[in-house]
Write a protein that binds this ligand. Structure first.
Ligand code: SF4
Ligand code: SF4
Length: 172
C-alpha cells in the first residue's frame, strides 16, 4: 500500500511541517462512516431520513409483513451530521469519515407498523405512537384512541388534527 493510500488529505487539511514529519505512516486508513443508533431511544419517526440529502438514510415500510425499517448505506454518506442534529431523541451518533464506494444498506432500526383501527391503512411504527401517547399523557391529554387512527379517520373522529406531522405523511 502506498503512502498516498494510507494518508488522505482534504482541501481543509492543515498540518505543520513538524506534524507532517511525525505522522504515523503505518497507520491504517480511516474507517468509513458508521452510524450508531440506540434502538431503545429511536421512535422510528424517520425525520433523520427525511433530512438526509444523499439518501444514505432511508426508511422502508413493508406492508406485507407490517415492518418498518430504518436503513443506512455508508457509501452514500457524506458525514454532514444533519441526521445527528435532526433526531429529536438524540439517539444517533456518527463515527469515521466519508468514503466513496459501494455497499449494502444495513438495518439500523426495525419495528412493527401499526394499522388504523377503523380502515386498516398503515399509521406509523409502534414506537412512534407509544412515544406520542406517553408525551400526551404527560401533558394531561388522553388521546390514545385517536392516535391509533389514520389521518382521514382521525379527522372524521375529532380533534387531534395533524399531530404526527412530517413523520406520518412519510408513511402515507
Ligand atoms: S451524516 Fe449526513 S449524509 Fe450521512 S446519513 Fe447523516 S444526514 Fe445522511
Ligand atoms: S430521527 Fe432519531 S428517533 Fe427518528 S428515526 Fe431517526 S434515529 Fe430514530
Amino acid at each position: 500500500m502506498s503512502t498516498e493510500d494510507k494518508v488522505k488529505f482534504t482541501s481543509n487539511s492543515q498540518i505543520s511541517r513538524r506534524e507532517f514529519l511525525t505522522l504515523d505512516w503505518q497507520a491504517e486508513p480511516s474507517s468509513p462512516v458508521r452510524l450508531e443508533l440506540d434502538p431503545a431511544q429511536c421512535t422510528g419517526c424517520g425525520l433523520c431520513a427525511l433530512d438526509c440529502a444523499t439518501a444514505a438514510l432511508t426508511v422502508s415500510a413493508d406492508t406485507d409483513s407490517d415492518t418498518f425499517r430504518l436503513l443506512f448505506e455508508s457509501a452514500k454518506c457524506n458525514g454532514c451530521g444533519r441526521c445527528v442534529t435532526t433526531c429529536p431523541e438524540k439517539c444517533v451518533r456518527l463515527e469515521g469519515v466519508p468514503e466513496v464506494g459501494s455497499g449494502n444498506a444495513t438495518v439500523l432500526f426495525e419495528d412493527r407498523l401499526v394499522r388504523c383501527r377503523e380502515c386498516g391503512s398503515v399509521v406509523a411504527p409502534q414506537s412512534m405512537l407509544r412515544g406520542l401517547q406517553s408525551r400526551m399523557a404527560a401533558a394531561g391529554q388522553n388521546l390514545a384512541a385517536q392516535i391509533e387512527l389514520c389521518p382521514d379517520c382521525r379527522a372524521r373522529a375529532g380533534s387531534l388534527g395533524d399531530g404526527l406531522g412530517r413523520s406520518e405523511r412519510m408513511m402515507a
